[in-house]
Design a protein around this ligand. Structure first.
Ligand code: GDP
Ligand code: IMO
Ligand code: MG
Length: 418
């Protein structure tokens, strides 16, 4: 398979970055296709930990090309900070890092609007990462957004930014705007060597038979249409987004790898049928170190949910599963997996489209025996305790999709290929 995609299939933070980093060994090009610095992508190797928000997770492999496609919303200052930090660690970007000139810019005004929207929503707030993501994508849809290519037209950039403030009815401060303009031109100069018309590069790489891997951010349950709307992010996080956001024909994508955490976590507001607001949820949070990579917020934790997982596999067309953080489930007498929902006393295996329904569903559970052993040093499936194997096989059977990768710890090496 030469064109693959790694997609988060729950509420984000499924360890996509780790899986991309592991699979990047056998890849020529890694392309992020959506989201912005709301993403927090963690990679661990050689006793070092890196958390990235924008840079594709293939960057630590010296010869791999990494690109940000048109669907990514770019906070210029975050991007510059990340590039500088990685360069200081000896990571080279020359001739192998590219940004589509169409990618939209997240500007300070978008963060102000994000904060304002959340304040206005009061108790109904989404619990966004406050990285300006929603307001930036909204401006794109409103056809008033600024794109990377706009940075190279000094005459019109200021007018366009002024218009944004007028459109959103926000007072602009002339001195601050002048500083922003200078900073943006400075950024544009430094970035110019990376900025390209990406669909042409991408299709050339396809013609050259390069192995391409698309990296998703967020998760399918946070997709703007198919997630738990309105408690979602503002982009298409599912497989269908890849073509729309990159300029790669959907016909060219061979394999969709779904990343599923072995339980479920969610950060921010919104429905979560299998959430555990008790000591079990707390134990999972502690064992899984479930605190947001971007905002540090404690993540909500709960049992694995086959209804939600089968829904996301279906709408993505998932071919194989990477089951992550299995080690976190060590030490429980019994584990539970939700196999159906009860809504108003009726059983269903369909994932409801409305929050008002998701809020009242009662999960129907099956129970599985747990295991006590620490599995974080297992390197082969056969080394896993019988009950851990049984957990994996049960997920596989209920999903009807093969589990090809199991992750048993944050490090690259803590990965089992089946
Ligand atoms: P992403 O946004 O999907 O890339 O995931 P995050 O990086 O936000 O969150 C995943 C967290 O789990 C990170 O802290 C990883 O270092 C960590 N992690 C990844 N795989 C494993 C695993 O198999 N076991 C454990 N215990 N931690 C893992
Ligand atoms: P990665 O790529 C987990 C959540 C926020 C909030 C909602 C909307 O690391 O999996 P936004 O700032 O996007 O407008 O927030 O989406 N959210 C994430 N949750 N992981 C992420 O990214 C997320 N990106 C956004 O917490 O509930
Ligand atoms: Mg994350």
């Amino acid at each position: 398979m030469s064109v693959r995609a790694v997609l988060g299939c729950l509420f984000g933070d499924e360890a996509k970055a780790k899986i991309v980093d592991v699979l990047a060994v056998d890849t020529d090009v890694v392309i992020r296709f959506q989201g912005g610095s709301n993403a927090g992508h963690t990679i661990n190797f050689n006793n070092e930990k890196f958390v990235m928000h924008l840079i594709p997770s293939g960057i630590f492999h010296k010869n791999q090309i990494c690109a940000l496609a048109s669907g990514v919303v770019i906070d210029p200052f975050q991007l510059e900070k990340e590039i500088n930090a990685l360069q200081a660690k000896g990571v080279s970007f020359s001739d192998r890092f590219f940004v589509d000139e169409r990618a939209a810019l997240v500007l300070p005004i978008h963060k102000v609007l994000d904060e304002r929207n959340e304040q206005l929503s009061g108790d109904n707030k989404i619990g966004t990462t406050k990285r300006g993501i929603g307001p930036c994508y909204s401006d794109v849809i409103n056809r008033i957004g600024l794109r990377i290519c706009d940075l190279y037209n000094k005459e019109t950039l200021k007018t366009k930014i002024d218009y944004l403030y007028k459109f959103h009815n926000i007072k602009s401060n002339i001195a601050e705007l002048n500083v922003l303009m200078d900073d943006l031109f400075n950024f544009a100069d430094k970035m110019s060597k990376y900025v390209v018309n990406l669909p042409y590069c991408l299709n050339k790489w396809l013609e050259e038979d390069k192995k391409i891997l698309f990296e998703g951010a967020q998760g399918t349950l946070l997709d703007i249409y198919f997630g738990t709307y309105p408690f979602v992010t503002s982009s298409h996080t599912l497989s269908g987004g890849i073509a729309a956001y990159t300029g790669c024909s959907p016909k060219k994508i061979d394999e969709f790898i779904g990343v599923y955490k072995s339980y479920i976590s969610r950060v921010g507001s919104g429905p979560f049928p299998t959430e555990l607001n008790n000591e079990i949820g707390e134990k999972i949070r502690i064992q899984g170190n479930e605190f947001g990579s971007t905002t540090g917020r404690p993540r909500r934790c709960g049992w694995f949910d086959i209804v939600a997982a089968k829904y996301t596999a279906m709408i993505n067309g998932i071919d194989s599963i990477a089951l992550t953080l299995l080690d976190v489930l060590s030490g429980f007498d019994t584990l539970k997996i939700c196999i159906a929902y009860k809504v108003n006393n009726k059983m269903t295996e369909e994932f409801p489209s409305q929050v008002s329904v998701l809020d009242i569903v009662e999960p129907v559970y099956m129970e599985l025996p747990g295991w006590k052993e620490n599995i974080s040093l297992c390197t082969k499936y056969e080394e896993l305790p019988e009950n851990a194997q049984n957990y994996v096989k049960t997920v596989e059977r209920l999903m009807g999709i093969t589990v090809k990768i199991i992750s048993v710890g944050p490090d690259r090496k803590q990965t089992i290929f089946i």
